[in-house]
Write a protein that binds this ligand. Structure first.
Ligand code: ADP
Ligand code: MG
Length: 559
């Protein structure tokens, strides 16, 4: 049987598309600039292989112009332009992408970075325009055409004049309506900031004539308006430059500009990765924790770019929670974007990148710990708590990954040390990694329980954050050595003789202990002789899984 073709109610389809694909109206400018950049890319590419084109890289430009009175915003390029047929096919057929076709034809040239692929971006112009006029002249042709449309009702094409090859997209910006403003898209400041946000790394200059007030020459208080032809984008993404060409200054000011911080970052991680996931990453470890870091308000995430065009401002899936403090961006060509290019289609590539970043960040921290102890300690003061929380949450899913990054205060060395350092300094015959929990280092040092362990010459890790003891319980052991609270009942510190002596003593004084227990009337579970006291007459200890300190934390938690 002959198959019938689907028909589409193209008016409705276009209407749907214009109004439901994008969440942010401002995206239209990103789409038009991306198209202009693609058109230039195509011509530039031709100029590389065909010397008769006679154009150099510096000759290309994307120009923006505003006419406030007529409510016009124009995006012009001197790229390949479109013939009459191309105007029909590319702008008259929804979801037809000339750029995608071009990309396919030149698949083997990996230096082309064409952005377009879906054949719908152009129509986003109708979100903000009551009319869109396209004047285009294909390179090498002397005919120009005007394509014009007010949206779903259709379009017209007619011959016209155009001095140079390339394309002008002229938007008649909608009048402000109730609840919706469009006038902002005619404001220089707004346009500049949209370009900066989404198109800063388009590889050709995006220019605009911008008015500036200048002090008149020779005058102290008289101003004049000067129009300057400005380039709005920075063009070369910092992360695409070679590391050796970038100064610390550049890295740092990029960070402060982009991520709104006053403090220099502690560390820059800049990497180009190829393999199962191909991407560029520029990551920063901040110099201090943001004020809301340990609160629910804090949102983790990295900026996500595809071919230098911003796709997502904060992509949370790229960062594991335990490294949520990392700021930065990822640029990848491999992402399968969804049609609005605001989100990703599949998360498979994203997962690959996320896994690779997780490893990278960890390695960088391990290296910092080894080579730059002071910097690491600074880092740890800000974000160590997050690492400990990371080791504890998710049933310790990440404990192996994180345990080498953790540090605790050492009673012996009077500073933060790692588990590795603790175990490395253990005494002959020492069975456990001892720890004691409390409110502060000073307070823990006064605990009667710490005295005997210290007396035996064993070091103790002092745990002062609520999560610490929970984390250690989950981590369970390091290098075959179990963690042991100094408050536990089974420290096994006594020698054989001492044990015998204690046993005898316990029996001798059994009546007194029973009496004390009755007198304390249910307030304690048991009263017994302790072998762990030296200068203190008595101490409280806990039995079972939950320590006294943990119990305090649990009791303080909201139910
Ligand atoms: P996409 O960019 O995903 O291909 P668009 O809807 O943005 O989809 O554009 C459709 C097609 O129109 C492009 O593929 C391209 O062939 C053509 N086009 C759009 N803008 C221009 C331009 N400024 N110069 C030349 N061709 C253009
Ligand atoms: Mg496009």
């Amino acid at each position: 049987m002959a198959k019938k073709q689907f028909k589409a109610e193209s008016k409705r389809l276009l209407d749907l598309m214009i109004h439901s694909i994008y969440t942010h109206k401002e995206i239209f400018l990103r789409e038009l600039i991306s198209n202009a950049s693609d058109a230039i890319d195509k011509l530039y590419f031709r100029s590389l292989t065909d010397s008769s084109v006679g154009l150099n890289r510096e000759d290309f430009e994307i120009k923006l112009a505003v006419d406030q009175d007529k409510r016009l915003l124009t995006v012009s390029d001197n790229g390949c332009g479109m013939t009459k047929e191309e105007l029909e096919n590319n702008l008259g057929v929804i979801a037809n992408s000339g750029s995608f076709g071009f990309k396919n034809e030149h698949k083997d040239q990996n230096d082309i970075e064409i952005i377009g692929q879906f054949g719908v971006g152009f129509y986003s112009a109708f979100m903000v325009s009551s009319k869109v006029t396209v004047i285009s002249r294909a390179f090498g042709s002397d005919e120009a055409y005007r394509w014009e449309s007010a949206g779903a009702d259709g379009y017209t094409i007619e011959p016209c004049e155009k001095e140079h090859f390339g394309t002008d997209i002229i938007l008649t910006i909608k009048e402000d309506a109730e609840g919706e403003t469009f006038g902002e898209f005619l404001e220089t400041y707004r346009i500049t900031s949209i370009v900066k946000k989404y198109s800063d790394y388009i590889r050709y200059p995006i220019t605009m004539d911008v008015e500036h007030e200048h002090l008149k020459e020779g005058s102290k208080d008289e101003y004049e308006t000067v129009i300057e032809h400005e380039t709005l984008n920075s063009m070369i993404p910092l992360w695409k430059k070679n590391k050796s060409e970038i100064t610390t200054e550049e890295y740092n000011s990029f960070y402060k500009d982009k991520f709104y911080d006053y403090t220099d970052p502690l560390k820059v991680i800049h990497s180009k990765t190829e393999g199962s996931a191909t991407y560029n990453a520029l990551l920063y470890i901040p110099g201090k924790a943001p004020f809301d870091y340990y609160s629910k308000e804090y949102e983790k995430g990295l900026q996500l770019y595809s071919n230098g065009v911003l796709i997502m401002e904060r992509c949370a899936d790229l960062l594991p929670d335990h490294f949520s403090f990392v700021k930065g961006l990822v640029d990848s060509q491999d992402l399968s974007l969804n049609i609005s290019r605001e989100m990703l289609q599949h998360d498979r590539q994203l997962k690959l990148i996320a896994t690779s970043l997780d490893k990278k960040i960890k390695n960088e921290l391990v290296k910092m710990l080894k080579d730059e102890r002071e910097t690491y300690e600074k880092f740890y003061k800000c974000f160590g708590l997050q690492l400990k929380i990371g080791a504890y949450t998710g049933y310790g899913m990440n404990k192996e990954h994180l345990k080498d990054l953790l540090m605790f205060y050492s009673a012996e060395q009077k500073k933060l040390i790692t588990f590795e350092e603790y175990v490395g300094a253990m005494k002959e015959g020492q069975e456990y990694i001892f720890y004691a929990a409390g409110q502060s280092v000073e307070q823990i040092a006064l605990l009667p329980q710490t005295e005997l362990v210290r007396d035996k010459g064993y070091d103790i890790l002092y745990l002062t954050d609520d999560v610490d003891e929970f984390a250690l319980r989950i981590i369970d052991e390091y290098s075959g050595k179990k963690f042991k609270s100094v408050s536990a009942n089974d420290l096994n510190l006594a020698t054989e003789d001492e044990t015998q002596e204690i046993k005898k003593c316990k029996e001798d004084h059994k009546d007194m202990f029973d009496f004390m227990k009755t007198a304390l009337d249910g307030k304690v579970k048991n009263v017994t002789l302790s072998s762990r006291l030296k200068t203190h007459p008595v101490c409280l200890s806990s039995e079972g899984e939950i320590s006294i300190e943990m119990e305090k934390v649990l009791n303080a938690m909201p139910v």
